[in-house]
Design a protein. Structure first.
Lengths: 230, 494
């Protein structure tokens, strides 16, 4: 049979394709319905958080930081409750990472503050002596692309039914709603409102001035995103 | 190999496209690994991160390194060898078909432009974040474009072949084409947000899959990008160049059959080993482990088949530096295909995952196996495509030993670093509390990071020697007659 195949490139190629595609069919497809269901307490990202997530991706933070706490005592002691599948229901793309040059960040919002992040992103060694992390000073002057963040929000709502403007069950039994702004103008007001909340706890004057002028520096969005990781 | 029929009815092979890819292999090799060495030094000496503002940080450069070597250096090497090997084993010249020649040139230019655009977009922070699939959707379309052109080239050449039976190398090129195409398309299913909303950046997209599903598809892809870029086509390369260079017939046809079909079936299942102890279902993680261990069979099958091809001719290891490269490449292939399954065992993975042992493993495979095979293949091609004697055998020897030392420094330092850090993360004191804060486990790695960067630098210097040697061959190598070229061991001046 093999000798026959080796003289017939068409059937040979079909054969290779079938053998290669087999595993994907068996392994990947059955999981799809299961894994996309959110757990209680998981809510979609707000516009500032989403803009911050885009900054996180732009600078490939995932090259050195994981967002996946494995179910070992040494990990739950260090980072908190191990990760659950449903917590990632609104993560497009997922940001688990594959290497911990720095610590895991899946629940960093539980134990770091806006102030800490501000110092750390400006100069990591000022809060963590010995750190090998680069300083990200450019995030204090670059501004985020509000339009693209809003476009992502609208797109995932429209195409993937991400539940904006709908009540979401929280762990304490209450409900909360994440608003999807109706227009780009409204989105700009909303993101500015959220940014002002973050900037209250920051001390960099340039950043404060930018937000006062209606601009959103990358660092503000990034901190909002990191604070949302709980 | 059909050596006889070639000598009785000589075909004038046309290496125009092979030469183009030969140049891009060297160029992207130096760029991709140059960045690799730079970011390795950044981990050892973090102040280097701030040399070029936001464009010089480890995080911004790392995707350029990985894409540069996987899709720049390695794919170039695969294409360069394809446009050389394909003609020769199918017994047909590119010059016989204007159409295929045009396709080949288009293939090169579309590919070359895509890689250049990849560097520019990644540098400016346009990335999807999915490893080895970072390119944004417009570039993905270009990738599909050049893959289709490669497909046309493969099947076009097969369509007009004179040799009816496909040689083993062709099996592996076909497999690489089929699998890369399938994997790439499915993992890069993205929704460009601009087309849904008419707002924002046209380059931006979100993944079609969310969370755990996205992870599953990504590592089905990510692991098999390793399989079908770093393994299958490299096996195609060794199955042609080792028998050619040594003048030995492939040891066992049956073993190559078993290894080929075994590899095809088993490899795809193993992706789950990247997700052990994650939130994907347990049974899938175990499948990943089990199939990774099974994968030793077809992997070692190919490697042993290659080593036994040298049976009775081991003296060539001393006399021919290209045989050195290829034999050590098979050996590194065996090493990393044993190491991988070990890391895929759950208890070992618990320790090794997220540590430097993983990049250590990747690099003994890529530097030792992929890099050495491409280097040796290109060296073998050089006198045939330029019709000139290789400029210096001594330089090849120096390059070999320098790069071998570099690889050993690289993987041994990363093994120690990885296991050290993994052990420290889980260490507890007599009260059961964690012994070390995270930063303790970073500071301890400094000497290993330094050693790794030096190892990488050795390898990079070797690449420069390679480039110089080939450049000098092209520039001032002694002209060879056809008779001098149609020999096994590559002609080289001492």
């Amino acid at each position: 049979m093999f000798h026959w195949l080796e003289q017939r490139p068409f059937f040979f190629t079909i054969g290779v394709f079938m053998v290669v595609a087999f595993a994907g069919l068996i392994e990947i497809l059955p999981n799809f319905a299961e894994a996309s269901r959110p757990v209680v307490g998981t809510k979609p990202y707000s516009i500032l958080e989403l803009a911050g997530r885009q900054v996180y991706i732009k600078d490939s933070c995932n090259a050195c930081h994981s967002q996946l706490i494995r179910p070992f005592k040494s990990e739950t002691d260090r980072y908190g409750m191990y990760s659950l599948s449903g917590e990632y229901a609104y993560d497009r793309p997922f940001l688990w990472g594959s290497k911990r040059t720095g610590p895991d960040l899946h629940r960093v919002g539980n134990y770091r503050t806006t102030d800490w992040h501000e110092n750390h992103m400006w100069e990591p060694t000022s809060v963590v002596p010995g750190s090998v992390m680069p300083s990200y000073k450019h995030m204090f002057s670059n501004t985020v692309d509000v339009e693209t963040a809003y476009a992502e929000m609208v797109a995932v709502n429209k195409v993937f039914n991400v539940p904006y403007n709908k009540p979401i069950k929280m762990k304490d039994g209450s409900t909360t709603t994440v608003k999807l702004p109706d227009s780009l103008d409204e989105a700009k007001q909303e993101i500015l409102k959220e940014a002002k909340e973050i900037v209250k706890d920051m001390k960099n004057q340039d950043v404060k001035d930018m937000v006062e002028k209606g601009e959103i520096p990358e660092i503000v969005a990034l901190i909002a995103y990191l604070n949302s990781l709980k | 190999m059909g050596e006889q029929s070639q000598q009785t009815a000589p075909i004038q092979y046309d290496y125009t496209v092979a030469k183009m890819f030969l140049v891009s292999t060297i160029l992207f090799g130096i760029i991709g690994m140059g960045i690799g060495v730079f970011i390795a030094f950044e981990l050892a000496f973090p102040e280097l991160n701030n040399l070029f503002g936001e464009f010089g940080t480890f995080s911004r450069l790392r995707p350029i390194h990985t894409n540069g070597v996987a899709f720049g250096f390695t794919l170039s090497g695969i294409f360069a060898t394809w446009y050389y090997v394909g003609q020769r084993v199918l017994k047909v010249s590119m010059a016989e078909s204007k159409f295929l020649m045009t396709v080949g040139k288009l293939h090169f230019w579309l590919y070359f432009i895509t890689i250049l655009l990849a560097v520019v977009t990644l540098l400016s922070g346009l990335t999807t974040s999915k490893e080895y699939a970072e390119l944004e959707w417009p570039l993905d379309i270009l990738v599909v474009g050049f893959m289709v052109l490669w497909g046309i080239s493969i099947f076009g050449l097969i369509g007009i072949r004179r040799e009816r039976t496909l040689y083993i190398s062709i099996w592996y090129y076909i497999a690489a084409f089929v699998a890369i195409s399938m994997l790439y398309v499915f993992n890069n299913m993205e929704l460009p947000t601009y087309f849904v909303t008419g707002m924002g950046s046209i380059m931006h997209s979100v993944s079609w899959y969310a969370g755990t599903n996205d992870a599953l598809v990504q590592w089905w892809y990510g692991h098999n990008a390793v399989a079908f870029v770093f393994t299958t086509p490299i096996i195609a390369i060794i199955y042609y160049f080792l028998p050619k260079e040594s003048g030995q017939a492939v040891y066992s046809y049956k073993l190559s059959l078993l290894s080929f079909w075994g590899l095809m079936f088993v490899y795809l299942w193993a992706g789950g080993h990247h997700l052990i102890y994650s939130t994907v279902p347990d049974w899938m993680q175990t499948m990943g482990s089990v199939f990774s261990v099974v994968l030793i069979l077809p992997s070692w099958g190919s490697a042993i088949n290659m080593l036994l091809t040298m049976k009775g001719e081991w003296n060539q290891l001393q006399s021919n530096p290209l045989i050195k490269f290829m034999v050590l490449a098979s050996t590194f292939y065996m090493l990393s295909t044993l190491e991988g399954p070990i890391q895929a065992i759950k208890s070992v993975n618990a320790l090794a995952h997220f540590t430097d042992w993983i990049p250590g493993h990747v690099h003994d495979g890529t530097l030792g196996w992929v890099g050495f095979m491409i280097i040796a293949g290109i060296y073998h091609m050089t006198p045939r495509v330029f019709k000139k004697e290789i400029y210096s055998k001594k330089l090849i020897e120096i390059q070999f030993w320098l790069q071998t030392t570099g690889i050993v420094l690289y993987f041994s330092s990363m093994w120690i670093a990885g296991i050290t850090q993994g052990m420290m993360w889980r260490a507890v004191d007599e009260y059961g509390n964690l012994s070390y804060s995270f930063i303790d486990t970073v500071e301890v790695l400094h000497p290993y990071y330094t050693m790794r960067a030096i190892g990488g630098a050795f390898y990079l210097v070797g690449l420069f020697i390679w480039a110089y040697n080939i450049y000098k061959t092209f520039k001032c190598g002694r002209e060879l007659s056809d008779k001098e070229i149609n020999v096994n061991a590559s002609p080289m001046a001492s």
